[in-house]
Design a protein around this ligand. Structure first.
Ligand code: URA
Length: 257
């Protein structure tokens, strides 16, 4: 028979869902107000009879990322290298590595910023509301993902969802950039589409998408077109006109060859 405690807990859960809670982080509740009676100092770990193991503070995560990324000879190997990369804190809070979608080898590679909640759940980039708008935008120039052989390949600067969708931090961008650069090399697109400010920061070293959008530039040796992020267009639909102009510019560039 189910106990009163069970029904109380269930009622509490329903109440939290009504308040808007969408996720629970741990299986067990954590009392963050509890003061531990003894605070242990972390001891450096030592192998038997030898010097201390290197701690993460001894490791340069960017150099590690470069080494891991360079070692990948295919997109599958790159995905595996990113999956195994332990230096980015975001990995610990994310459900899934969000690697890519679309057709590897497509002429156009779209670089978004970071997964949101829906992408984190599905492990695919741009599947939430912003992604649906991106799909409509691409379909309008006959380049949607619904095509059997989608004429685009899509990834993000960061493969893990930042908590509460906060902005990426500069050190997170810096440590994941070698993977992004290798991803672009292996996917071998003709042009890049850089969506949003954080993607512009990662690939062009600057933000200010309102100024940058619609102007062809170079990123990692490839022609690159910065555009407004579809999430921004959802909040500010008055800028869809500019986004449309940029899509037409992309289409024109592809037909120029
Ligand atoms: N926004 C992004 O930049 N990327 C995604 O995958 C989803 C939303």
């Amino acid at each position: 028979m189910e106990s009163a405690e069970y029904h109380q807990a269930l009622a509490l859960l329903h109440w939290q869902i009504e308040l808007g809670v969408t996720e629970s982080i741990c299986d067990m509740p954590v009392n963050r107000y509890e003061v531990p009676s003894v605070v242990e100092k972390p001891k450096p770990a030592k192998p038997a009879g030898g010097a201390a193991f290197p701690t993460f503070t001894d490791v340069d995560p960017v150099a590690e990322a470069e080494r891991a990324a360079k070692g990948a000879q295919s997109l599958e190997e790159l995905r595996a290298a990113m999956y195994a990369f332990e230096h980015c804190e975001l990995k610990r809070g994310a459900r899934n590595l969000v690697f890519s979608d679309g057709t590897p080898g497509a002429r156009v590679m779209i670089i978004g910023e970071a997964p949101g909640r829906d992408e984190d759940r599905e492990g695919r980039p741009f599947v939430g509301r912003a992604g649906q708008l991106l799909d409509k935008m691409l379909a309008a120039i006959d380049m949607g993902r619904a095509h059997a052989q989608a004429p685009v390949y899509i990834t993000n600067v960061l493969p893990w969802r930042p908590p509460q969708n906060r902005d990426p931090k500069p050190d997170e961008i810096a440590m994941m950039k070698p993977f992004l650069a290798r991803h672009i090399e292996l996917a071998n697109p003709e042009v890049l589409v850089i969506v949003g400010n954080w993607s512009a920061q990662a690939l062009l070293g600057k933000r200010g998408i309102t100024r940058l959008r619609g102007q062809w530039t170079q990123a990692l040796g490839l022609p690159a077109l910065p555009m407004f992020h579809p999430a921004y267009l959802l909040r500010s639909p008055e800028f869809k006109r500019e986004a449309w102009a940029d899509l037409l510019e992309l289409k024109a560039k592809l037909s120029r060859g």
